[in-house]
Write a protein that binds this ligand. Structure first.
Ligand code: PMP
Length: 357
């Protein structure tokens, strides 16, 4: 049966990415070797790394003075690498979900952390507004898309003269970004890019070298900049897959086009939720709603039907819609590779289920 993949991550990838990766597992670039067994120093793989880096720069219009890195360790390692490299005395953080909480916990190991805004009081179901970033902070960190709670900041924030750092793990490549406003952007690959195992880091080179502390070699961004992400063995397979996705993005018309499609998909689903007598969205303010992760629940009078709906949807090939345990209900992740037909299938299932109850 054809599956509609709504998982939050690892998550749906384009068929182009999957097919080309499958082929390279058998024969990589005509080498007669599998991508699983090829040297990362082979000229064929070095070419993959170079093209992937160039395509990230092209798609996100990364200005001069920035390096694009492909590292291991997941986005979670960036929670520690960012303060290791940038926090001299004090950092400001926005607390909008579990991943922000984890990032804050790591930063506290390195210095003072000023949590300038939080939506913890309402289980992170909104984006805090009207806060100020202390201008003596070394940087301001925020999470652009809160994967678990379905909130998103869909514009570049302004922190005045303070350096800006953003975790874009679950919405990178879903809109154009003004990279020049940021000092570090990072994203785990396993949502909009590749299988798990690689993390993209876009770092402004002159933001580095301003902290006194010794930095372990592997955790120092400068190590990886100097060695073009080849200081140690990089995650070869995820980087190969990332390149396929990046090529596909370019062919589709780039991030502006992806954004248009993502908005259309999200609008379709939110409309179905808002006009339903059975379902309701967990994020009330439309401006805060994520176009990547749509969180919704059954209204109190239908609450006991939630499990039944998950099974009802699964029988139609709709998988991965169970909400994270800290929110409950449902979460439909609408990453770039998800076709609008899958959203239509989900909306149809919701309507059918509703008419039969
Ligand atoms: N940040 C965000 C926004 C995430 O959604 C996730 C994972 N889902 C992480 C960080 C952690 O990423 P990783 O598992 O790659 O460490």
């Amino acid at each position: 049966m054809h599956k509609h993949n709504f998982y939050a991550g690892p998550s749906i990838l384009s068929q182009y990415t999957i097919k080309n990766t499958a082929e390279a597992v058998i024969d990589f670039a005509g080498t007669g070797l599998s991508i699983l067994e090829v040297s990362h120093r082979s000229k064929e793989f070095v070419a993959v790394m170079e093209e992937a880096r160039a395509l990230v720069k092209e798609l996100l219009e990364v200005p001069d003075g920035y390096s694009v890195l492909f590292l291991g360790g997941g986005a979670s390692l960036q929670f520690c690498m960012v303060p290791f490299n940038l926090l001299a005395r004090k950092a400001a953080y926005m607390e909008t979900g579990t991943w922000a909480v984890n990032a804050i916990k790591e930063a506290r190991l390195f210095g003072e952390v000023d949590v300038v805004a939080s939506s913890k009081d309402a289980n992170f179901n909104y984006i805090p507004k009207g806060f100020t970033v202390p201008q003596d902070a070394d940087y301001f960190h925020y999470t652009s898309n809160n994967t678990i709670y379905g909130t998103e900041i869909r514009h570049d924030l302004d922190a005045g003269k303070v350096r800006l750092v953003c975790d874009m793990s679950s919405d990178i490549f879903s809109r154009p970004v003004d990279v020049s406003k940021y000092d570090v952007i990072y994203a785990g690959a396993q949502k909009n890019l590749a299988p798990a195992g690689a993390t993209i880091v876009i770092v402004r080179e002159d933001a580095l070298g301003h902290v006194e502390r010794p930095i372990p070699t592997m955790l120092d961004y400068r190590t990886h900049i100097k060695k073009d992400s080849m200081f140690n063995t990089p995650p070869v397979l995820p980087i190969f897959s990332a390149l396929q996705t990046l090529r596909w993005y370019k062919e589709q018309g780039g991030v502006k086009e992806l954004e248009k499609r993502d908005i259309a998909k999200a609008d379709l689903l939110y409309e179905a939720i808002d006009s339903s007598r059975m379902f309701e969205g967990t994020v009330k303010d439309h401006a805060d709603r994520s176009i990547m992760n749509v969180c919704f629940v059954m209204k109190p009078e239908y609450k006991e039907l939630e499990k039944e709906f998950v099974d009802f949807a699964a029988a139609r090939g709709i998988v991965g819609i169970k909400g994270h345990r800290s929110v409950g209900g449902f979460r439909a992740s609408l990453y770039n590779a998800l076709p609008i037909e899958s959203v239509r299938a989900l909306v149809e299932a919701m309507n059918e289920f509703q008419s039969s109850h």
